[in-house]
Design a protein around this ligand. Structure first.
Ligand code: MLC
Ligand code: AMP
Length: 494
């Protein structure tokens, strides 16, 4: 990304947020000034972790670019997480600076002061200084994003500038992003889907990113209408749950409004789905209402995007496509031996797009790579007539809901800390709208356990998308001869 930050652009609009338009020049000037401010008396932040809880929009990108230019590692915080989840990331990264939008000041101020972390509130007048910014090599660490896995606590995924550049440039070429593109950002900005595919790729190509503060079906359709009426090259990317919600909303509209919207959507350059399996039913309905055959692709926090249906050519329903250029893919058995074509195997990935390490977790890093340097995704796929198809995951403890990756173990650990819960087990059950729904079986002496109160209690401890949507009070959990909970049996209970 350092390359685009330094490209001398341009009066062209880079960002639209809060009703304001900002040019590439605005972004460059503001981010360089803020980088100078962040440097203070230093010449290089030297990979200090800078956590930022900033509303999606111009300030978010300015802050991210400023941290990068000052030589820091950008650690985006989720703006809807409860304090305990934010604190975990701040402590785990040993953040040395926290930057917040004014609306989040009260959430993190005390924590920053207790821990003696430099605390910067955006919007306050800072000295307009312009310092020489450090020259950074591409192998410097650039970003840490948190991802849930088979351990009970999320791990920090460290990517370098070179990794980000590889992730971005591959996609820009494959999907033909251009300076004429105008994309809508409605996704959370602590994950690669929003950060890389939506914002970074579009800005790399010189296009425009428009922000809506929150997802709403109405907001998205109004934006699409506006794009079509202005003759703009609209681009839209989202998780399957969002397409499901858009379809549900569309179906409530009057026929004449539907027809007009369909014509609007047909003018778009590209529509993409990813982060979770796109149900064939959703793909087919969306094609009827929008005229677009969704381009489904496969990615992961650790690797950016790896496999994609073609931009030109057949976009096959229920399949994720082929390896992206410069990304090496193989399917292997449990001995890391490649399987024959048509047989199921774990997806393993190699390439410049693959992350550097899990932050301060050398054992986890070592375990996630094979001896010859392939990253083990834990996703199982098959190659079917030249197209990869995802069959499932090697761990039942990983749940994907609304496009978020969730660890069943993390939720169990929190639930077990509740005074009325003796034991529990969490699984994901299939759901057309959310992909999977988080559900929990609980052993409790209180047979009338109030699950509303339980939900309130749990929401203070973890983000709302991780909160179980159904509970079952049981006398015992199904277990195998070794005493391990048999989660496939548990799923049947729901
Ligand atoms: C929220 N709700 C859920 C839920 N999340 N219900 C079931 N399961 C879930 N997971 C409920 C809330 O409790 C609330 O109900 C109602 O839905 C609205 O909540 P919300 O938070 O306002 O939801 P909404 O804004 O509509 O969010 C839905 C969403 C969001 C789909 C927009 O989940 C989202 O932004 N997902 C994208 C995540 C993402 O970017 N993943 C990419 C990871 S990177 P009530 O009853 O209280 O009203 C990656 C790599 C790759 O995966 O390949 O891209
Ligand atoms: P995350 O850790 O949040 O980056 O999530 C990455 C995971 O999302 C992958 O390991 C897959 O399990 C899942 N995923 C991403 N894209 C797809 C897709 N198109 N189909 C099925 N699963 C997907």
């Amino acid at each position: 990304m350092l390359q685009i930050i330094n490209k001398s652009n341009q009066h062209k609009t880079a960002i639209i947020s809060n009703g304001n338009s900002y040019s590439y020049d605005d972004l460059q000037i503001a981010s360089k000034e803020f980088a100078s401010f962040l440097l203070d008396d230093d010449t290089d932040l030297a990979e200090s972790r800078v956590a930022f809880m900033v509303t999606a929009g111009f300030d978010y990108v300015k802050t991210q670019w400023a941290i990068w230019q000052a030589g820091g590692i950008a650690v985006p915080l989720c703006t809807t997480h409860p304090l305990s989840s934010l604190q975990y990331v701040i402590e785990d990264t040993q953040a040395e600076v926290i930057i917040v939008s004014p609306e989040f000041e009260s959430i993190l101020k005390d924590l920053a002061s207790q821990k003696n972390i430099k605390f910067i509130v955006l919007g306050q007048k800072y000295e307009e200084i312009s310092k020489e910014l450090p020259q950074l090599l591409a192998d410097r660490k650039a970003m840490i994003l948190y991802t849930s896995g088979t351990t009970n606590l999320p791990k920090g995924v460290v990517t370098t500038h070179a990794n980000i550049e590889a992730q971005v440039s591959t996609l820009v070429d494959a999907w033909e992003y251009s300076e004429n593109d105008h994309i809508l950002c409605i996704l959370p900005l602590h994950h690669v889907h929003g950060i890389i595919n939506v914002i970074s790729c579009t800005l790399w190509a010189g296009g425009t990113v428009e922000f809506l503060p929150n997802f709403s079906a109405d907001g998205v359709f109004n934006w699409m209408k506006r794009m079509a009426e202005s003759g703009i090259n609209g681009v839209f990317m989202a998780v399957p749950t969002i397409y499901f919600k858009l379809i549900a909303h569309f179906e409530t509209l009057e026929e004449s409004t539907q027809k007009a919207l369909t014509e609007n959507m047909k003018t778009f350059r590209l529509m993409v789905s990813g982060s979770a399996a796109l149900p064939v039913s959703v793909m087919e309905k969306w094609e009827i209402i929008s005229g677009h055959r969704l381009l489904e692709r496969y990615g992961m926090t650790e690797i950016g995007m790896a496999i994609s249906n073609p931009y030109h050519g057949e976009r096959r329903a229920g399949h994720i496509g082929q390896a992206l250029p410069n990304v090496n893919i193989r399917l292997v058995d449990e001995q890391n031996q490649e399987v024959a074509i048509g047989e199921a195997g774990e997806i393993q990935v190699k390439g410049d797009n693959v992350f550097q390490e899990y932050w301060l977790k050398s054992e986890a890093t070592e375990n996630t790579f094979t001896k010859d340097g392939w990253f083990k995704t834990g996703d199982v796929a098959v190659l079917n007539e030249g197209y990869y198809k995802i069959l499932g995951r090697s761990s039942i403890d990983i749940i994907k809901s609304g496009g978020y990756k969730i660890s069943a173990l993390e939720i169990e650990e929190v639930l077990r800390a509740h005074p009325n819960i003796n034991d529990c087990s969490v699984v994901g059950i299939d759901d057309e709208e959310w992909g999977e729904l988080v559900v929990a079986a609980i052993i409790s002496d209180d047979k009338n356990l109030n699950t509303d109160e339980l939900n309130k209690w749990i929401r203070e401890k973890m983000p709302s998308y991780k909160v179980p949507r159904k509970y079952k009070i049981v006398d015992e959990l199904p277990r195998n001869a070794m005493g391990k909970v048999t989660k496939n049996d548990l799923k049947k209970l729901f």
